[in-house]
Design a binder for this molecule. Structure first.
Ligand SMILES: [Zn+2]
Length: 309
């Protein structure tokens, strides 16, 4: 039996198939501002400078707590201001301290969300922007359905939208290994790691496109999740160029969220930070089947394990 809501979804998908000559990608960057990197770079905002020349919309998920992680607090304030004043940047909340919701529980997590918006709200106002996107640290939406529902209620009541993602490629793990090689003057190894990051990210886009085609009979607009770190400061432009060559078009988060795919219900009630493609699958076996067929990240996982002992 087809319910009216399902029919609407099917119609919306058909309409968007006509409008989808190109697949759109919204780039989102988490854990901004990276004040450790800022200090290491002698207070030159290298990642931001690199993004200036990319000329694509970016949504940044801010941890205000990072401002206080180094001694140069006033410079760090200015760094966050610099990010927020860029026309292509949309600021968003990622909590103050990057706490894990399933561990700290509802009350503490709400405090972390609210504390994480104090400066950002002011900056959004200063630059005529809105602050209505929220991303959970670790994409941990709670350990069970009651935790999921409780925080969703809070977000709804406070006009926050829980921001999904479709593709991520463990860039934080690549970054750890990349940085190790750079710090040890092993430039060729660092380049090898960066190239593998680009290659595997492209593989993951291809994989999720095939998942979308098999599941929805069409490609869907993506939200890419990565972090404010060295490897993206140096290589995000290579990734975006490679994606452009493959026919992807960069768009704002708000624009990508127009794809009716994002109006589906999240039916995954565990704490793990998996792609929304999997969260929308009601069949756990099917979800598992797709997850097991993902392009593997063994190379970087093993390198990370070896260096992080
Ligand atoms: Zn994060």
């Amino acid at each position: 039996m087809i319910y009216p809501r399902d029919l609407l979804f099917i119609l919306a998908c058909l309409c968007s198939m006509c409008a989808h000559a190109q697949t759109k990608v919204a780039v989102t960057i988490d854990d901004v501002p990276n004040t450790y990197k800022f200090r290491k770079d002698q207070f030159v905002p290298k990642h931001l400078n690199a993004l200036d020349s990319l000329n694509i919309p970016i949504t940044i998920f801010i941890n205000e707590g990072r401002i206080y992680k180094t001694d140069s607090v006033s410079l760090n304030f200015r760094l966050l201001d610099e990010w927020c004043q860029r026309d292509y940047v949309t600021p968003a909340n990622h909590t103050f301290a990057h706490s894990r919701y399933s561990e700290v529980g509802l009350d503490s997590f709400i405090v972390d969300i609210e504390q994480g918006a104090i400066i950002t709200k002011e900056l959004a106002k200063k630059y005529g922007k809105t602050l209505d996107q929220f991303r959970f640290p670790y994409n941990d939406l709670g350990k069970d359905s009651s935790q999921h529902k409780a925080i969703q209620q809070y977000l709804d009541n406070n006009n926050y939208y829980s921001t999904p993602f479709t593709v991520e490629s463990s860039d934080w793990m690549y970054n750890f290994v990349y940085r190790y090689y750079l710090e040890n003057n092993q430039v060729d190894s660092a380049k090898f790691v960066a190239n593998n990051y680009i290659e595997q990210t492209l593989n993951l886009f291809k994989f999720y496109d095939s998942l979308a085609v098999e599941t929805y009979d069409r490609k869907v607009d993506h939200i890419y999740l990565c972090h404010d770190n060295e490897i993206n400061a140096d290589y995000l432009s290579v990734l975006t160029d490679s994606l452009s060559l493959r026919g992807y078009q960069f768009s704002s988060l708000i624009d990508v969220l127009e794809d009716p795919i994002y109006s589906q219900k999240d039916v995954y009630y565990k704490k793990w930070g998996i792609s929304w493609f999997y969260r929308w699958m009601p069949d756990a076996d099917l979800r598992k089947k797709w997850m097991l067929s993902e392009p593997e990240l063994n190379f970087i996982y093993k390198a990370y394990q070896r260096l992080n002992q």
